[in-house]
Design a protein around this ligand. Structure first.
Ligand SMILES: *Cc1c(COP(=O)(O)O)cnc(C)c1O
Length: 358
């Protein structure tokens, strides 16, 4: 028995996928390693809705967030933040001596196209970043609307944190014009934590050449160089175990069908949201509520810890609020492998437990 995870990462991993992590090793400079990475890239392009190159990084998603803002910002980055992970991207810029300005929305609210338009119109920026799905506040930003205003600034690179939404929500990377779209293994892709994935446009790769100190391990251009010139290899030794599992999991995801997968996530979100509104309140503005997790305002002042302890006895776990929101909110993630029965199971358990909490 293990606790079923309704937390926004790591998420449940199917037993057969987990098993693939135990595949015997191959040389990372072998033809098999190239074939494996190429296979993954082709399948991942479908998930990302892109024809652009796919890069893998043996780091969690934060690695590619840091690597992309550092190696692609030549002038200055506009960082749009709607919560903890947007703020993290800004901290990364500062920590790497990358000039950046933060445009933070009131928590629970989205990044608006007007905000993006206003900032980019200054001409100060060559890069801007947006969090697609903010896992602290439960906001899913309106990237389609942002993509519209961005058309006025085609030369400004657009970096997107889709760590907790890619493969759970439809993100049409090419149609939207996203230059770098980043995700992690341990969220809606439902793999163990330890690798990050991104797509990258030729424009971004060209632009990065102007940046003198790009770092090395997480330099987007360096990672791409091995894909391009070494036939789908990797600058350092990658986590081959993750790659075996990823290749297999992508087959499972594509077999489910991407549209079916998005519909499954949407249905779980709608169910959870309806329950949340009846029993507590939604933390994010509803029109921008996430489909992969629901952040719920703790209007009844329950002990989230006591609730989770009780759920733990039934082999389930939800998440408390993130950072400053710790006891003010709690979060139910409904992403990856979870289905409607799982969500009904955890909500029924919470309904049973609530009256027993003081
Ligand atoms: C989890 C998360 C991250 C950090 O990803 P790691 O893989 O833990 O580095 C970044 N952004 C968002 C929105 C996340 O949910």
């Amino acid at each position: 028995m293990h606790k079923k995870l309704f937390i926004p990462g790591p998420t449940e991993v199917a037993p057969d996928v987990l098993q693939k992590m135990a595949t015997p090793m191959i040389g990372h400079r072998s033809k098999e390693a190239s074939a494996l990475q190429k296979d993954i890239s082709e399948k991942m392009r479908k998930v990302f809705h892109t024809a652009n190159p796919i890069l893998l990084s043996t780091s969690s998603g934060s690695g590619l967030m840091e690597g992309s803002i550092r190696s692609l910002t030549a002038k200055r980055a506009a960082v749009f933040s709607v919560g903890a992970f947007g703020n993290r991207w800004f901290k990364m810029a500062e920590a790497n001596n990358v000039g950046a300005d933060k445009f933070e929305s009131e928590w629970g609210k989205a990044t608006t196209p007007e905000m993006v338009d206003k900032a980019l119109a200054t001409g100060k920026y060559d890069v801007f970043t947006v969090t697609h799905n903010e896992t602290s506040t439960g906001i899913m930003n309106p990237v389609e609307e942002i993509a519209e205003v961005r058309k006025k600034y085609p030369d400004v690179l657009w970096l997107v944190d889709a760590v907790s939404s890619m493969a759970g929500a439809k993100i049409e990377v090419d149609k939207l014009g996203i230059d770098v779209c980043i995700t992690s293994t341990q969220k809606a892709l439902a793999l163990p934590p330890g690798m990050a994935i991104c797509s990258v446009t030729p424009k971004a790769l060209e632009h990065g050449k102007q940046v003198k100190h790009r770092g090395w391990y997480l330099d987007i251009l360096e990672i791409y160089k091995y894909v391009e010139t070494k036939d789908y290899q990797y600058s350092a030794t990658p986590s081959l175990s993750h790659m075996f599992a990823m290749n297999y999991q992508l087959d499972r995801i594509l077999a489910e069908g991407l549209e079916n997968r998005y519909a499954r996530h949407k249905a779980m979100a709608e169910y959870t949201r309806a329950w949340a509104k009846q029993n507590f309140a939604l933390y994010p503005e509803e029109q921008h509520a996430s489909v992969t997790l629901t952040t719920i305002t703790n209007t009844r002042n329950i002990s989230v810890k006591a609730l989770n302890d009780a759920l733990g006895k039934e082999w389930m776990q939800i998440s408390n609020g993130y950072g400053d929101l710790k006891e003010k909110t709690f979060r139910i993630a409904h992403m990856g492998e979870l289905n409607m029965d799982d969500v009904k199971q955890v909500i029924a358990a919470i309904d049973r437990i609530l009256p027993t909490l003081k």
